[in-house]
Ligand binder design. Structure first.
Ligand code: DQA
Length: 140
């Protein structure tokens, strides 16, 4: 099974960015833990701070992957373009937010991208990504 984890803007700073909200683990370190935990899964990781770069990467995924785990970060709340790109994908999508977006500012409580995700996992820290892989595995 081939799964891509995609993180949006500012998530390259995980580990040092607002650790009270997002924890103090670098995503690269957590990704290594995840890869070791799921040896049967071919996992890849992409992060960008740029909306167009995320969309380009999503388009390259068509027909190539069995699942997408997307933390769109702030673009989830703003980007119809990113949501449109998700609509073109031919694989299950799980949306992940590290913090609980429903316990934060009102403008974080809606995401355009969620319309195209089978599930959203929010507020479970980095463990949300692990839960998302487990969900995709149960679907396959
Ligand atoms: C986030 C929540 C978003 O509201 C925020 O803009 C982020 C991170 C999360 O993982 O909790 O950058 O997606």
């Amino acid at each position: 099974m081939k799964i891509k984890i995609m993180n949006g803007p500012n998530l390259n700073l995980l580990g040092t960015r607002q650790p009270e909200l997002y924890g103090s683990t670098r995503f690269e370190d957590y990704f290594a833990t995840l890869s070791a935990h799921f040896p049967e899964v071919t996992l890849s990781y992409f992060q960008s701070n740029h909306e167009g770069a995320l969309i380009d990467e999503l388009q390259l995924m068509i027909g190539q992957y069995d699942g997408l785990i997307l933390n769109p970060a702030a673009y989830g709340h703003t980007s119809i373009a990113l949501a449109d790109a998700l609509a073109c994908l031919d694989m299950p999508i799980i949306e992940v937010h590290i913090s609980d977006i429903y316990q934060r500012e009102a403008y974080r409580q809606h995401t355009y991208t969620a319309a195209y995700a089978q599930h959203m996992i929010t507020g479970k820290g980095l463990e949300g990504y692990k839960e998302a892989i487990e969900k995709l595995l149960r679907k396959s």
